[in-house]
Design a protein around this ligand. Structure first.
Ligand code: ADP
Ligand code: MG
Length: 701
């Protein structure tokens, strides 16, 4: 049936053949008819209009010209060889250049014919040229072409070499889009289609490529975006429903001595209302008999650690052990310190397990976990390693979730025959759409209130040339007894250079802040753990004034006396990361500052990042801007990006469609959780295919 049709290898499509099929495979991962059909245009262009050569401006992303070739010559030698052509219309000349496929092109263009040229103009040596333009002879057919909505497809240099530029792709998709008529079954339930007044699938797949009007394009887009998001949500909600059906949750029926003792005698400050509300939500979940899978979102400094601790105490009160997992050793250490200190005096056993725990000690930890002597275990990934067995793990807290994947979460469950409750905490506020997608199988709590008495952090943006002024300000702050972070970017591709920057920076800071008056620490990822911890501890204890670091301090580190965050080459950081870094200060009672240092030359995106940081402290606002600037894949920084491998929907723009899709998926599962009704069969089959595809995908990445 139809599925086999869509699974036909593209090779068998008219105009493709084995060579182009191979190129499509290698460059775009397109193997089948179905995959080619979902190579959607990323723009539509009015190809009925032509530009004048003399009117080309930098604002024009692409231009379409009509004119003649007046000269064609080879320039340069060997590897630097290029073919240069002069193309002329009634208003002027422009150079067209080719670096590849030269042989073929040389004989192709005639000076007495008229051509249509299309491409992206660029300025070179003060003149416009177009590299590798699409060129087509003017014929009756292409001048008659009346539709202003021509699809524009993504392509690559290699594809262009096989004539699979945007036009070339349109040329092979067109017959396919016609061929599918009558062969594409509807995969969404009819009732849903008619309720949402949606275009059917077959029509949408044609209209998305070759829209007959702006309105049908819009309807086709809606339909395909909806479909994409719907199946994603169906999958997430089904996972959730199945989990709840399959696993009973441990019932935490009481709030007992540990919790109450802590609350009465050890709580260092009154809880904020938001903290209270979240603890209530957690108590409700853990008492319900269902397994809790809750995401706790709260801006940096909102007090998530305390919520985590009290949650773990509830587990202990009900006879269970609890675990807390952090993404780095520094963080695990810090949680261990903070939590041990808060519980000091209560008769509880708290352990720390990280990669650097020695074998003998590790054995002892394992023993205490299995015997149940250990109440709370804090650690890194080491927590989920094979050998680690709990007597009865009832609750797991995962801090800074974006560094853990779904798979790792799943691994945690295998620690027991019955999975523990899971509380996932993230300090990177995630836009709602992203949360609904990445964590769509979780319930969400939000801490939307900061502990009282916090002064909002003042953020300034300074160019490198004002560095001395910044140093002066830092000295004033140190005189007031404050401590300072200076952070350098560390980006994988240029790691060597970055370390050099960091070391040069460290030296120049040491010169500008000389001993014995000033003391400077340094921490980065290439240091041995002991050295790192030693330096960290010196700073934490206030023995050093300045901490020079890479982003290893990005998440979670808590030094309330540090009140200035200087970020070097701030233009190289993403918004969420800048916000995370800024969150390292503003934790004490003092006025805190964040200073963004950048070069003078900034891209428009970088300017927007700087101004957003200066303008707002609101993590959710920042997350939204970040999503718009970067797209979802980059933000999450997770291995789960398979979920975000969206072909047409855009989480920054399609929040409304996402909500519709989630509601629709939820309603369908409510009435037919196993998708057994006859009208749900095609949908179910498609879901299986989506799941298969994404499972493969996640194994590859
Ligand atoms: P995050 O949510 O970023 O993990 P933390 O849990 O590290 O934040 O808390 C930040 C700081 O706020 C800590 O120093 C913590 O002791 C303090 N804090 C937490 N809750 C409260 C509260 N209710 N009142 C006052 N200070 C609090
Ligand atoms: Mg934290």
């Amino acid at each position: 049936m139809s599925n086999t049709f869509l699974q036909t290898p593209v090779e068998y499509l008219k105009g493709v053949g084995p060579q182009r099929a191979e190129t499509l495979q290698k460059e775009m991962g397109i193997f089948t008819f179905g995959e080619l059909l979902t190579l959607y245009p990323f723009r539509y262009e009015d190809r009925t209009k032509f530009h004048n050569i003399k009117d080309i401006t930098p604002e024009l992303y692409t231009v379409q010209l009509r004119g003649k070739f007046v000269g064609l010559k080879m320039i340069g030698e060997k590897r630097a060889k290029r073919l240069s052509a002069i193309f002329r219309d009634a208003t002027g000349d422009i150079e067209l250049v080719w670096f590849q496929g030269i042989k073929w092109i040389t004989g192709k263009f005639k000076t007495d014919r008229e051509y249509i040229v299309y491409g992206k103009p660029q300025m070179y040596n003060g003149k416009w040229n177009i590299a590798h333009p699409e060129v087509e002879e003017v014929t009756e057919a292409n001048t008659r072409l009346a539709n202003p909505l021509q699809p524009v497809y993504p392509s690559t240099e290699k594809m262009k070499g096989k004539f699979l530029d945007s036009k070339g792709i349109a040329r092979i998709i067109k017959p396919l889009a016609i061929l599918i008529q009558g062969k594409i079954p509807e995969i969404l339930p009819e009732a849903l289609i008619s309720r949402m007044k949606m275009m059917n699938r077959e029509q949408a797949l044609y209209q998305i490529h070759f829209p007959s009007s702006a309105e049908s394009l819009q309807r086709a887009q809606f339909r395909l975006k909806f479909e994409e998001l719907f199946f994603l949500q169906l999958r997430l909600l089904k996972t959730k429903a199945f989990r709840q059906e399959q696993f009973k949750g441990f019932v935490f029926s009481t709030v007992g001595d540990r919790f109450n003792e802590f609350y009465k005698n050890y709580l260092p400050f009154p809880l904020t209302n938001a903290q209270k509300r979240v603890i209530k939500e957690i108590r409700h979940d853990t008492g319900s008999g269902k397994q809790m899978n809750r995401l706790l979102q709260g801006d940096v400094g909102s007090g998530k650690t305390l919520v985590a601790l009290m949650t773990m105490l509830i587990a202990l009160d009900n006879g269970f052990q609890a675990g807390m997992m952090a993404p780095t050793e520094i963080l695990a250490n810090q949680h261990y310190q903070t939590i041990s200190a808060m519980l000091d005096g209560m008769n509880l056993k708290v352990g720390l397990l990280t990669g650097s725990v020695k074998t003998a000690q590790r054995r002892e930890l394992h023993r205490m976990l299995e015997s149940g002597e250990m109440d709370i275990l804090i650690g890194t990934h080491a927590l989920i390693e094979e050998g680690v067995k709990f007597k009865n793990l009832g609750m797991v807290v995962i801090d800074e979730q974006h560094r853990f994947g779904v798979e790792q979460r799943a691994k945690l469950w295998s620690k027991n025959t019955q999975p523990p409750h899971v509380l996932v905490m993230t300090a990177t506020p995630i836009p709602r759409t992203l949360a609904m997608t990445l964590y769509g199988d979780l319930d969400v709590s939000v801490i939307d209130e900061m502990p009282p008495g916090r002064k909002s952090i003042k953020t300034m943006h300074k160019f490198d040339s004002h560095r001395l002024e910044v140093f002066g300000f830092m000295k004033e702050q140190i005189k007031l007894g404050r401590q300072i972070y200076i952070v350098y970017p560390l980006i994988k591709e240029s790691e060597k250079m970055d370390y050099k920057d960091l070391e040069d920076g460290y030296e120049s800071i040491c010169r500008a802040f000389p001993l014995p008056e000033y003391k400077v620490s340094i921490v980065h990822g290439q240091m041995k753990t002991e050295a790192k911890d030693f330096e960290m501890q010196r700073f934490v204890k206030g023995e050093t004034n300045i901490m020079v670091a890479t982003t290893v301090i990005e998440v979670g580190v808590n030094v309330p006396n540090a009140s200035v965050m200087v970020i070097e080459s701030a233009e190289r950081f993403g918004l969420s990361q800048l916000h995370q870094l800024r969150g390292r200060v503003g934790r004490g009672a003092d006025q805190s500052y964040c200073i963004l240092l950048s070069s003078y030359k900034l891209s428009s995106d970088a300017k927007l990042r700087m101004s957003t940081m200066v303008k707002t402290n609101d993590g959710f606002e920042i997350a939204d801007t970040d999503l718009r600037l970067r797209g979802p894949g980059d933000i999450s920084g997770t291995q789960q990006s398979g979920l975000l491998n969206l072909k047409i929907a855009d989480l920054a723009q399609d929040a409304q469609i996402l909500q519709y899709a989630r509601n629709a998926a939820g309603e369908i599962l409510n009435e037919d959780v196993h998708l057994e009704k006859p009208e749900h069969q095609l949908m179910k089959q498609h879901l299986t295919e989506v799941e298969k595809f994404q499972a493969n995908w996640s194994r590859i990445s």
